[in-house]
Write a protein that binds this ligand. Structure first.
Ligand code: FES
Length: 125
């Protein structure tokens, strides 16, 4: 159990292996929560730094995702494109404890977080 700064978002098993689920936000771009083959989780804005492609629909390999639009590879840890491409998507603090995925409250507004959890619970990825 993490301290109060962390908000439980979903279970890791709610996120497909080598895939992502979306944390929908009313006032900001959605956040893609990725899970790789080693059950590491990452949270990156769902906008490719190239032309805004939906990274959540990309293929995860290792600690990268390949954007579905033009194939840029984006590092999941830092949100940055692999050279020779350049640019970064914002990342968010996320961690998994006993298979529950948590994000920092300070990075989510309360109404958004509550709505997101409902959406995730209902299976609206
Ligand atoms: S929008 Fe992602 S590679 Fe072009």
């Amino acid at each position: 159990m993490l301290d109060d700064n962390w908000l439980a978002i979903c279970q890791i098993d709610d996120i497909p292996v080598l895939g992502a689920r979306l944390l929908r936000r009313a006032q900001h771009a959605d956040i893609a929560i990725f899970r790789n083959g080693e059950d590491k989780v990452f949270a990156v804005l769902d906008r490719c730094p190239h032309k805004g492609g939906p990274l959540s629909q990309g293929i995860v390999h290792g600690e990268r995702v390949t954007c579905p639009l033009h194939g840029w590879q984006i590092g999941l840890g830092d949100g940055c494109a692999l050279s020779p491409d350049a640019g970064c998507a914002p990342t968010f603090a996320v961690q998994c404890d006993k298979r529950t995925v948590y994000m920092l409250r300070s990075e989510l507004s309360q109404p958004e977080a509550a709505a997101n959890m409902q959406a995730l619970a209902a299976g609206a990825a």
